[in-house]
Design a protein around this ligand. Structure first.
Ligand code: ADP
Ligand code: MG
Length: 493
């Protein structure tokens, strides 16, 4: 299925409706209600306090740093901060939940309604409502693959602080859902409130998907649990829409249920029928008083926020006249935006054209090479200054954009600068009429038949002549000049 707004079924169009619940692990050295450490990858059961193991008589103590992280994230989501919130117990039995309940915020979350804007590839943007953000504990982990007939429990993660961020059912395509998760990730990483590492489980997404006839009330949804990559999210939505539309068109009903995504097969399968709030017997946690925030403290956090991705995006668009989509891509990581602005600063002068050129090179060539070599921007062999050096050679017409790609590859391999490589390999563009005209004349003389056809109106042949000239000149002729001179020689200038 393609990412269209409407999904075409046998009975006509269907509209997709998606709402996401994202569990974001709070960046914090210690857990939400205990002093135990939270580092990823530690030996099993080495980061467990008596509180996390639910020993009798242990009392939770709220970690103020986690509270601060939640408030900052709330500001990042343009959301209301609730000065009074409270904690509830959500009761269920699971082997990796020793207390038999999870401490969460059910009735009064710390963060209320907000929104987040996402930018789409076609240059449009959409505003997605945030319903709430609440604090809660993570559970432990059952390990089933270490022994043929035993399961193990690792409680390192038990009690780690999570922010559950719930969206309104405002998304209408897999692309929008993916853009939402990417934007959320950019915001929490910028704020330093969650590392956003989906492959380590620091951000896990529950996807609620339903379909309806355009304009109809919301359909029954399925909830796909714990999806941990953008790719899987996209696959899961596509699969689920196909499944639901097929069922409905066959006259069957959608069951409200929890499903799991099977990455190996790219399908979702039923896990359990939907549980309801009353199944959990929520009640206020008697060990924790309401969480009361001081207005002045909250205000201090607000005034000390870093420049958020959207503000940065708006600034890039305004200062450099960048298109929305480029700006949105550049602000997905603080490091990318910094690299970009450092490159601009290293140019002799910053013009809108130059700013767009640098964006193209960074988002295209640099990221292409980083992905190919499995590198990140931190270990990029080309510094912002060196990239600016290459871009200036293009701007000054010393080399064409095409030759610049070869120079880029050599810079990547050798670490040498663009001017040095251009000199070393004699790659300067030929912008001299006297050198180009004889070649043009030779190409035209060698192809009289084509010249004739061109003169009779076969315009497409112009490209052929350009190609021949470029070939003979090893790609070094100034393409604009070749075009101009060719037109003159063909008498069509
Ligand atoms: P829960 O999963 O705890 O029962 P909610 O009813 O609050 O909670 O909804 C959870 C998520 O499901 C929210 O992100 C919401 O936007 C989304 N959602 C609710 N109804 C639908 C629907 N009909 N189709 C798609 N998503 C929905
Ligand atoms: Mg849910």
């Amino acid at each position: 299925m393609s990412d269209q707004y409407f999904y075409e079924g046998a009975s006509g169009p269907w509209e997709l409706v998606i709402g996401l619940e994202v569990h974001a692990q709070i960046n914090s050295k210690s857990k939400l209600f205990s002093g135990a450490a939270t580092a990823f990858g530690a030996e099993p059961n080495t980061q467990v306090s008596f509180m996390d193991a639910a020993m009798p008589g242990m009392l939770p103590v709220i970690n103020s740093h986690c509270v601060e992280q939640a408030v900052k994230t709330g500001f990042g989501l343009n959301a209301e901060i609730n000065l009074i919130s409270s904690f509830d117990r959500k009761n269920y039995f699971y082997a990796d939940l020793p207390s038999g309940y999870q401490i969460t915020q059910f009735t009064r979350p710390i963060v209320g309604k907000g929104y987040l804007d996402v930018e789409l590839e076609d240059g449009s943007s959409r505003r997605i409502g945030i319903t709430r953000l609440h604090l809660e504990q993570d559970a432990g982990k059952s390990v089933h693959d270490q022994h043929p007939d035993k399961s193990y429990i690792d409680l390192n993660r038990a009690g780690v602080g999570l922010m559950e961020i719930v969206s309104e059912p405002d998304m209408r395509s897999a692309e929008e859902a993916a853009a939402y998760v990417k934007k959320l990730r950019a915001i929490v990483r910028c704020l330093g409130t969650c590392d956003g590492n989906m492959d380590q489980g620091s951000m896990r997404v529950d996807i609620n998907v339903s379909v309806r006839k355009p304009g109809a009330p919301l359909g029954t949804r399925a909830e796909i649990k714990n999806v941990n990559s953008i790719k899987f999210l996209t696959q899961a939505v596509h699969y689920e829409v196909d499944r639901q539309v097929s069922l409905l068109e066959a006259g069957e009903e959608i069951l409200q249920e929890t499903r799991l995504f099977d990455a190996a097969q790219g399908i979702t399968r039923s896990m359990r029928s939907k549980e309801h709030a009353h199944d959990y017997r929520y009640f206020p946690d008697p060990d924790l008083p309401p969480l009361v925030l001081e207005k002045a403290w909250v205000e201090t956090l607000r005034t000390n926020l870093p420049e958020l991705p959207d503000a940065k995006k708006d600034r890039l668009m305004e200062e450099y006249e960048l298109p929305l989509y480029d700006a949105a891509l550049l602000v997905t990581e603080t490091e990318i935006a910094s690299y970009y602005e450092e490159t601009l600063q290293a140019l002799e002068a910053v013009t809108p054209k130059g700013a767009k050129l640098v964006a193209n090179w960074l988002l295209g060539e640099v990221f292409g090479a980083l992905n190919r070599d499995g590198k990140t921007l931190e270990d990029c062999p080309i510094t912002p200054g060196a990239l600016a050096g290459l871009v200036m050679e293009i701007q000054k017409d010393v080399i064409s954009g095409k030759i610049a790609k070869d120079v880029f590859s050599m810079m990547w391999e050798t670490g040498k600068s663009a001017p040095a490589l251009i000199a070393e390999h004699g790659l300067q563009q030929v912008s001299d009429d006297g050198a180009i005209i004889p070649i043009i004349d030779k190409v035209l003389a060698d192809n009289p038949q084509m010249v004739e056809e061109y003169r009779q109106g076969k315009d497409k042949l112009f490209g052929f002549f350009v190609g021949q000239v470029m070939k003979i000149m090893a790609g070094k002729a100034n393409p604009e000049l070749v075009n101009k001179l060719l037109r003159e020689r063909l008498g069509t200038a």
